[in-house]
Design a protein around this ligand. Structure first.
Ligand code: PRP
Ligand code: URA
Length: 206
């Protein structure tokens, strides 16, 4: 598994503002989108390119285009907070959705929705800002692999060591890009120090 922790001052500043409990939902959404942009840039750093010829106003020169189509799959709900950043950076991206909800007592995820475009031969960006126990991301990766995905990168905002270990064991081929690896999980499987419930803070629910 390849784990990349985004090392950029903007990512650090944006994440600190997201962690702040006094950040209200409208600002939280804006900051989440900006941080997702930074993470998406990092996650797409190794995308394969193909050469193209470009006519500039002066001459012909060599350029590149992305060689593989990209599919973005946000895990509902919190992953929606990262989607707009990805569709802005990659306007040709196709989008699928996976709905997963973590049980409050067992922390086990259950599926309530899935709609996926063709995945074979494409690079899949799985969007879920919180990697806690890793159960949700692992279940999503299993579903994506069943649907034909061969190359998956998880874009996360905060990851717990427990979740990283779980994904290492269950999906060793996965790439993870995250803005931070935190200390661990509390008794309710929330990430500490974390930023609380991302979905609730994004959508103003609780
Ligand atoms: C949160 C979060 C992740 C999941 C992470 O979703 O957005 O999907 O928990 O936890 P895990 O790594 O232990 O599986 P939640 O189930 O709260 O749903 P929501 O996004 O709709 O709030
Ligand atoms: N889901 C969240 O939104 N936050 C956590 O800390 C853990 C799971």
């Amino acid at each position: 598994m390849a784990l990349t922790v985004v090392d950029h001052p903007l990512a650090g500043a944006l994440l600190s503002a997201l962690r702040d409990r006094s950040t209200p939902p409208p600002l939280f959404r804006l900051l989440a989108k900006r941080l997702a942009l930074v993470c998406c840039l990092e996650a797409t750093r190794t995308l394969p390119t193909a050469p193209v010829a470009v006519e500039t106003p002066l001459t012909t020169t060599g350029g590149v285009r992305l060689a593989t189509p990209v599919v973005a799959v946000p895990i509902l709900r919190a992953g929606l907070g990262m989607l707009e950043a990805v569709t802005e950076l990659l306007p040709e991206v196709t989008v699928g959705y996976v709905g997963l909800e973590r049980d409050h007592a067992t922390f086990e995820p259950s599926f309530y929705y899935s709609k996926l475009p063709p995945l074979a031969g494409r690079t899949v960006l799985l969007l879920d800002p919180m990697l806690a126990t890793g159960g949700s991301a692992a279940a999503a990766c299993t579903a994506l692999a069943k649907a034909g995905a061969e190359s998956i990168t998880l874009l996360s905002v905060v990851a717990a060591p427990e979740g990283i270990r779980h994904l290492e064991e269950t999906h060793p081929e996965l790439n993870i890009v995250t803005a931070a690896v935190d200390e661990g999980l509390d008794d309710h499987a929330y990430i500490v120090p974390g930023l609380g419930d991302f979905g609730d803070r994004l959508f103003g629910t609780s």
